[in-house]
Structure formats: structure tokens, C-alpha cells
Ligand binder design. Sequence first.
Ligand SMILES: [Zn+2]
Length: 170
Amino acid sequence: MNIISDRKDTDEIIPIWKDTYLQGYITISFNDIVKKLGKPITNVHWKITARWCGTKIIDDGNNKIKSIVYTIYDYKDQDRERNVRPWQFYMWHIGGHGKRALDVVRELFPDAKILSEEEYDDMIMRNTKNRCYGCNEEFFLIDLERMEYGKGRSALYCKNCVSRLKENKI
Ligand SMILES: [Zn+2]
């Protein structure tokens, strides 16, 4: 990927993040982003207190010039009452029109931990525990399966309880 042009966007009238959506996450401090991208745009959305946004025009080879929009922002995490911002090694959202946005952010911050949305979901599944609705034992989410147990009702069950449920034993 060869970056041939770089534009940062602080224009609030024509937001280039229009129609972008969540692609992944970057764990980095507020100050490290400012060092690279300057001050964020603020107060553009009630769920977001800071947002950086830019476009990279890249030459994909064979004269395929592409414009990749990336945006980095906090999301529904601000403590507006006390104006406390958890911005030291905060996990920011990365938005874009596709996964290429993650490549652009990776180039901007090669030392930061960046996860795609799928990698993040997988991490949560492997590290978060929940109780099985059948036996009430704790399991990691990855070992639980959502099963229907009544009309329109479902819950998380462990593998043991799933097979018992399938045999109608519980
Ligand atoms: Zn169980």
C-alpha cells in the first residue's frame, strides 16, 4: 500500500465520516493521537466527544487509485457530569467504509494495538464469563451456546446442558 496523498479533515460542514461505520479498535492515549493527527473535532455527536478523521488516497497498483476514509473516536464512554475522559490508553473506535480503514490507521500508529471488530468480539468471547442457564456454572462465552427453551425465549447454555436440552432432559 503506497500512500500518495494525505488529507486531514476538520471541516464540520462536509463531514467525510458520513456513512462510515465501526471497523475495529485502537488502544492508544489521547496525546499520542494528537501528536500525529492534531486536535480532534469535538461536540459533533452526543455519543462522541472527540473525533479525528482523514482520507488517504492510495495507489493500489495497476493505476487503481482509491480513497480510504478513516475516523478515530470515543463512543458513549464519556462521563459528561464530571467531564472525566478516560483517555490514557483508551480503546478508541475506528470507523471507515471497509476494513482498509484499519490498514491506514495501522500505518499511522504502527506501535499501537489494533483489533478488527471480529478480533475484538473473539477476545470478548474468550475472556468474558457468563453463567449457564441450565446448571448455573460459569463458562467463557465461547463455550456457551444460545438455545431456545420456550416459546420465544432463549438463554446461554453450556455444551453439557445443550445436549441435555436437545434430548429434552431439562
Ligand atoms: Zn450448564
